[in-house]
Design a protein around this ligand. Structure first.
Ligand code: MG
Ligand code: MG
Length: 261
């Protein structure tokens, strides 16, 4: 059952989303060769608590960490470990926070040092997929059209679209209805309505879209060992149109990059 949010609730949710945005912005400066994922996790936990929020993932479904840190062939759900990040890695940092009863949940894939041009392109296209999906999130449209927009753009570039993992509704629970696949058929599925809040999160691979879960029960890797990228925003339908509650601006500011999307 989809739980639609009032404008007041959406404003409260924006604050939770922004806690995560600021946390990712803080981490952006720390993501470099030699950085220890486990230390980033501790930094993030402290930073979230300092903002009067609580980590959204920690303890959820038994999750042991504040962040999910996924490098290279790990698509999502990588656990923060002691192994330092290396030059040329790409690392998706997924972060959740809960404040005033509502969750924020978003993710960004960072470049560590100098990244190969073909991997940079994977990141760029995955981010484009996210914004193309968001464009489709307007009242009266169908969920399948949003999914299709993401899939079409990724596959146009020869990339894989992970099937097993999807975006989701967001609210008082981290995962609410509906599921938001990154693949689908235009004009099919649920009709999108005012007050819908989604975490839209394309997970795109350079090679096959097939993934496997490692023995730790969390880490999800591409089967062929090729890299993956993951970007996630929290988006609401307000006055019929998509409104992005989270922002990558803190990241761009920290990295000194000018982004047009
Ligand atoms: Mg997430
Ligand atoms: Mg999510």
């Amino acid at each position: 059952m989809i739980i639609y949010k009032s404008k007041e609730e959406i404003e409260v949710m924006r604050q939770s989303a922004l806690v995560v945005s600021r946390t990712l912005g803080m981490l952006a400066k720390e993501v470099k060769p030699g950085a220890i994922p486990k230390k980033l996790d501790k930094l993030a936990e402290e930073y979230i608590r300092d903002q009067g929020a609580v980590p959204g993932f920690l303890g959820l479904y038994g999750c042991p960490s504040t962040l999910l840190i996924s490098t290279n062939e790990t698509v999502v759900h990588g656990l923060p470990i002691d192994k330092p990040l290396e030059n040329g890695d790409v690392v998706s940092i997924d972060c959740g926070a809960k404040m005033n009863g509502y969750y924020g949940d978003h993710a960004y894939t960072f470049e560590v040092g100098e990244v190969k041009p073909e991997v940079k392109k994977l990141l760029k296209v995955t981010k484009e997929c996210l914004y193309l999906g968001i464009e489709q999130m307007y009242a009266g449209n169908r969920l399948g059209s949003l999914s299709y927009a993401i899939q079409e753009h990724a596959e146009k570039h020869g990339y894989g679209v992970v099937r097993e993992l999807v975006g989701h509704g967001l609210g008082k629970k981290m995962h609410e209805d509906p599921q938001v696949p990154n693949y689908g058929r235009k004009g099919t599925g649920k009709k999108l309505q005012e007050g819908l809040v989604l975490a839209i999160e394309p997970m795109i691979t350079m090679g096959t879209y097939r993934v496997k879960t490692l023995k730790d029960g969390w880490t999800i890797n591409t089967v062929d060992g090729q890299p993956a990228a993951h970007f996630e925003h929290d988006v609401a339908i307000v006055d019929g149109k998509p409104e992005i509650l989270s922002t990558f601006d803190y990241i761009y500011e920290a990295l000194g990059i000018k982004e047009t999307v």
